[in-house]
Ligand binder design. Sequence first.
Ligand code: HEC
Length: 473
Amino acid sequence: MSRAVPGPEGHRPPSVPVQAVSVAMLVHLFTGCSPSPSPPPPATSPTFSEHVAPIIEAQCVSCHREGGVAPFRLDSYAGARDYAQAIKAATSARTMPPWGVESDGSCNTFRDARWLSDEQIDTIARWVDAGAPEGAPGWKPQPVASSSLGAGALELAMSAPYTPAPSEASTTDDYRCFLLDPKLDESRFITGFEVLPGNTALVHHALVYSVDPAQVVGQTEDGQPITNGQRMEALQKEAGPKGGWPCFGAAGEGVTPNGLSVTWAPGTGVTHYPEGTGLALAKGHQLVMQMHYHLHTSAAHLMHEETGGTDQTRLRLELTRSVARPAISVLPDEFLNTRGTPREQPLPPGQAAVPVEWTIPGQVAMSYVEEIMGMKPSRIDVYGVFPHMHGAGRELSATFEGKGTSTCAAQVSRWDYNWQRTYFYETPLSWTAEQSIHVKCTYDTRGYSKPIRPGLGTEDEMCLFGLYMVPVP
Ligand code: HEC
């Protein structure tokens, strides 16, 4: 690390004190030469306590603290100084704080955005380049407020502790689905949720799908219908006594969810759906919680030993009988839908940027809503979006396009499978029958030797753009 000598603070004093003038003149008289021309003004170097700490407190400490999900702490000057170069690198690359959609105003604005402005990134970089000076000592962040859904929430837990393990498919990650049966006596709406990981060092994300066990999703060779419930039972049986079943793309091979009820990544905290809205959870429907366990961080290894390496995560749901604006969660992926059809076009291997594009006309979306809700909407208010690809995914952009108009819905420029979530808009978008939704995904297939098929498995790819939306009559 090059430790530049920090320049004097404030290169342009507001006014020159009288005394300073006379001293300078004396010097001038005694030496008989003119004062050397003033050096070029050094860029003011930011200090930790004045300029950097407020950014760290607002955007980093919720995870980088004792008991937080991040592997090291940034809740003191010493912590930040020790990681100064890594902080500069991660913030400049925008890998930290983790936030998947561009939020600089060029493509919509999102609620609670974990987003640093260019200016903040520059402040951090200049602070690091100046040798990470502390400034006033003794900075301490405010304690992180813990919130909870309260006693009225419905709590569902994995039925037994699960021991994540590496597999043939991956030595560093384990993706596992667990059945959570809400056992509702009547249908309800989910208006908020919280995920309480049993082992914060292992749990990297949780996606909870709602599944209708009675839905027919295929047929046997002799033409008998197969339901979601039968598929899940078979997966569970095949997986043996460890608990749950392997899954990667959604709720497991062959299971068709009817919505995504919860998206959670570390640091998410209690989530309330946008004001007045909620997602229906029908009586008899079940929830499948896809857990992503991360096995490779050193912190995970440490914790792994301390805790015996098991996890039993709990999901808490805030439920109500009715909401003013019933929402639905849809998971369109027209690339995935080509699997096994004559239209299927696998991604060619060995290329830096393979594009996939799909469009759904507004009319089609409106008819789909009519089919599932029994009401033809005049428009759809889109409150939130859930971009999703697998390991080869790099970029995803989505726009609503109408007669001569185009509205940017989301721009993902650095796809990271490890940090998935629903991004809620500050102001919902209005989608009409005249507007189609257009999604473009880009993949880097250079690390692959075989064509990549659309599909739900680890070795397959997806180009999904989920929507949390409210159809308006
Ligand atoms: C939502 C939780 C969360 C927030 C907020 C967060 N981090 Fe992290 N950070 C992590 C986790 C977890 C890791 C470990 C690597 C991983 O799992 O991606 C990490 C890793 C890092 C690393 C190691 C290098 C890397 O990129 O993996 C640096 C440096 C870092 N964070 C800096 C920051 C800074 C600076 C901020 C705020 C501007 C911040 N983080 C905000 C969770 C968070």
